[in-house]
Every structure is written in structure tokens, then in C-alpha cells.
Design a protein around this ligand. Structure first.
Ligand code: DX5
Ligand code: ZN
Length: 228
């Protein structure tokens, strides 16, 4: 599933953007919360999540790029988040953090930046619903996709066949099939949708590319024979 990130939306017309994304076939929204401390950028907090919640039934996947995720987890759930994803680098005890969020009654994701060691994830994998593999350093939209994410997705997919995997950053029509082939289930896409002239066309193209990929490893482009 493609989850549009509203990071590059027109925040002066968020209602219009929500309508356009819904009309374009979005089935969930990815909301990037940044605190200017965990990442060198600021976005929004509970009021925007709450405002979107009032106007849509789409699942809200809230990506917390903040230093103290547990402090804001409750308020984010009250604001209407359906899933909360915290960064493993931001907490001392990822398993306890995941459990505290799960206790709030929402789905839990754990995210990891490209420069963080994958060993950090291990203790919390039994306590999360999803792992978010960052394919850029968290903080800004419009960055280039880091292929380290493909290795990480493949490795997790091999070890944990049933674990829900999400990737975020630099994903577009030209690389989303590779991300799918590496075993990814949920694809966060910001600028490749929000900076396009036609959101519906952009989402359709991304979905076509996902459908063309072979999640077992070989990536088959439309009209092309599998070579592996
Ligand atoms: C980056 C955010 C992403 C971002 C993706 O820190 O977590 O969700 O919005 O945007 P693109 O697709 O433009 O990289
Ligand atoms: Zn994100």
C-alpha cells in the first residue's frame, strides 16, 4: 500500500490536499511529526492530526521524529492517530516504549535511520506491529533514496516473513518496484505524489510498479521476462 506523506503538502490548503489525496485513491495518510531536536526540522503536532482526523476516516500513520515520543504518544492517540511509529534511536528501552504505546490501544511501529545499527531493533521486534526502514535520514522530504534500505528490508523479510515492513524516503515510480521486491509492504511517498500535477496518476503509476514487482526477490518490469 502507498501512503502519501503530507510533508510536502500545501499547508495553507490542507483540506483541499486531503480531498485531492482521497480522490486520488489514498487508503491511509502518513503524518511526519518533527520537533526541531531529534531532527533539524519542525513540522506539526496534535492540532494538525486532530484537524485531519475530523475530516477523514483514512487511517492516520503518525511518524514521530521527536526526542521524547512517549511524552506525546497519549496526546497523539487522543488526537486520532491509528498507528504511532517512534524512532529506535530516540528511546533507551525500545521494547518498553513499544509496549507503552501498544497499551494506548493503537498499532505500534519502530523506525530506524540509515546510519543507526540494526542491532538496536532486535529487542523490540516482538512488541511492534511494523518496522519502518528509513531510506533517507529522517528530517526532510525530497531527499535521494538510500539503497541500504533494500538490504535491510531483504534481511528482515527473510528473518521475519510475517512482519509488516514500511519504507520511507526518496521512493518514486522508478525505484518502488525494487523496494517491493526487497519485501516491503507499506510505501511512504511524499514528493513523488505531492509535487506532481496529478495525484491520482502518480498513485496509479506507483501501484502499477508495485504490482509489477516480484516480492520474492526478482523484479519483473511490465513486458519483461524474469531473469532470476
Ligand atoms: C522524511 C519523512 C518522509 C518524507 C518522505 O523524514 O519521514 O515521510 O516526507 O518524503 P519524500 O518521499 O519526498 O522523500
Ligand atoms: Zn515519514
Amino acid at each position: 500500500m502507498v501512503l502519501p506523506s503530507v510533508l510536502n503538502a500545501d499547508f495553507g490548503d490542507l483540506g483541499g490536499e486531503l480531498q485531492r489525496l482521497t480522490d486520488a485513491g489514498a487508503r491511509a495518510l502518513h503524518l511526519d511529526v518533527m520537533d526541531g531536536h531529534f531532527v533539524p526540522n519542525l513540522t506539526f503536532g496534535m492540532p494538525i492530526v486532530e484537524g485531519l482526523r475530523r475530516h477523514t476516516d483514512l487511517p492516520l500513520d503518525v511518524h514521530l521524529m521527536i526526542s521524547d515520543p512517549l511524552r506525546y504518544a497519549g496526546p497523539m492517540v487522543d488526537a486520532g492517530a491509528d498507528m504511532l511509529t517512534f524512532h529506535v534511536e530516540a528511546v533507551d528501552d525500545p521494547a518498553a516504549a513499544a509496549q507503552s504505546i501498544a497499551d494506548l490501544g493503537v498499532a505500534v511501529g519502530v523506525a530506524i535511520n540509515p546510519d543507526a545499527s540494526m542491532d538496536q531493533l532486535e529487542p523490540c521486534l516482538d512488541h511492534v506491529d511494523m518496522v519502518l526502514i528509513m531510506s533517507v535520514q529522517a528530517g526532510f522530504g525530497g531527499q535521494a533514496f538510500n539503497p541500504i534500505a533494500l538490504e535491510r528490508l531483504r534481511s528482515l523479510r527473510n528473518q521475519y516473513p510475517d512482519l509488516l515492513l514500511e519504507a520511507d524516503g526518496g521512493i518514486k515510480a522508478s525505484n518502488i518496484a525494487d523496494v517491493r521486491a526487497a519485501g516491503c509492504d507499506c510505501f511512504v511517498v511524499g514528493s513523488a505524489i505531492l509535487k506532481s500535477d496529478d495525484y491520482g496518476k502518480a498513485i496509479d503509476e506507483l501501484n502499477d510498479q508495485i504490482a509489477s514487482a516480484n516480492p520474492s526477490g526478482a523484479n519483473i518490469s511490465p513486458g519483461q521476462e524474469a531473469t532470476r
